[in-house]
Design a protein around this ligand. Structure first.
Ligand SMILES: [Zn+2]
Length: 61
C-alpha cells in the first residue's frame, strides 16, 4: 500500500527495498533515533542519511 511521506507529502511505496547507502542510513536513523520508520519516502530518508553521514561520524564512521 502506498503512503504519503511525512515530510514532503510525496506518495511512496514503503515495501520497496532501499538501495542507496544514504537511504539505508536514513532508514536506520528513522528506526533507532526518530521513531518515524515507514513514514518517510526514500528521498527524505536519503537526505537524512546523507546529513548523518556528514555530521555524525559517531554513527557511521
Ligand atoms: Zn519525502
Amino acid at each position: 500500500m502506498l503512503r504519503d511521506c511525512l515530510l514532503c507529502q510525496k506518495t511512496f511505496d514503503p515495501e520497496r527495498p532501499l538501495t542507496e547507502p544514504a537511504q539505508i542510513a536514513g532508514q536506520l536513523l528513522a528506526e533507532e533515533d526518530y521513531g518515524d520508520s515507514g513514514e518517510l519516502c526514500p528521498d527524505c530518508l536519503a537526505s537524512r542519511g546523507r546529513l548523518a553521514m556528514m555530521y555524525r561520524s559517531d554513527c557511521f564512521g
